[in-house]
Design a protein around this ligand. Sequence first.
Ligand code: AN0
Ligand code: CP
Length: 317
Amino acid sequence: MKQFTSVHDVTNIDALVAEALSLKQNPYADQQLGKNKMMGLVFLNPSLRTRMSTQKAALNLGMNAMVLNIDKEGWALELQDGAIMNGTTVEHIREAAAVLGQYVDVIGVRSFPGLKNRGEDYSETIFNKFVEFCGVPVVSLESATRHPLQSLADLITITELKTVERPKVVLTWAPHIKPLPQAVPNSFAEWMCRADVDFVITHPKGYELSTQFTEGATITHNQSEALKNADFVYVKNWSAYEPYGEMPGLGTYDDWMLTNKSMQNTNNAKVMHCLPVRRNLELSDEILDGSHSAIIHEAGNRVWAAQAVLKQILQGL
Ligand code: AN0
Ligand code: CP
């Protein structure tokens, strides 16, 4: 694998999931593969799971890992080509990315969308500049439009926990108080549309995702209809794609938060969420603390997702 920025970088999804599950059984078998190799983890935004799980995955493979919270610890970055840098920015992304590439063999980058300019976010301006200038393989730690390491961990979790051959997986929108990216649902949809599952998306009117990610999914505005016979319910808030970054009907969809009652017509479904989750806004205490939740297990699988991806990248160096 040359890079991991979306599902399109993966030749065989099933083989990658199988690799992750085998690494979970035997985490230290490839310590020689990463010997004297350096992983760089560069964050322009906060993280708990992605940072810790990817660092752990690198160490399991025998790599070393360095983390840079570039938004707080680095120089203020200029992103504009041709800029006359007489303002607040100190270093251009062209130099910053190229220099990082001198120190590491693989680089992970997290860069959230601004949610103001759809064209800019959906062309992945910042993330793609790292890819262009760093000169080493890049792993997405969540870009403006996708979070593939999360989606891979989600597919691993579904593969492990499914009780029927072809499970029904429902992605449901949940309430929130501030606009969040579409990266997690975009990416989840993109992976589920390629997996052996019956995939349904449900959200209030106005929260349609870009169709480039949802091709092949069944989409409905009726949450309780969608939840019927579900084996997995994937909960996530996202802001609107059109009008971009807005929250149409804010405050009127509070009943989209799942409770035990919402789960009654499911096939005793497992509930998933990428985390961080706002309790009793996005998801109720009773779901998070009850037997439906697969959320902590899912977060644990982030290590094996990252390790499977890093292993394939190391094999291609
Ligand atoms: C981010 C998001 O929704 O994309 C990160 C999730 C992994 N979540 C928040 O900003 C709360
Ligand atoms: N799910 C996830 O990516 O979590 P972090 O933002 O804490 O890394």
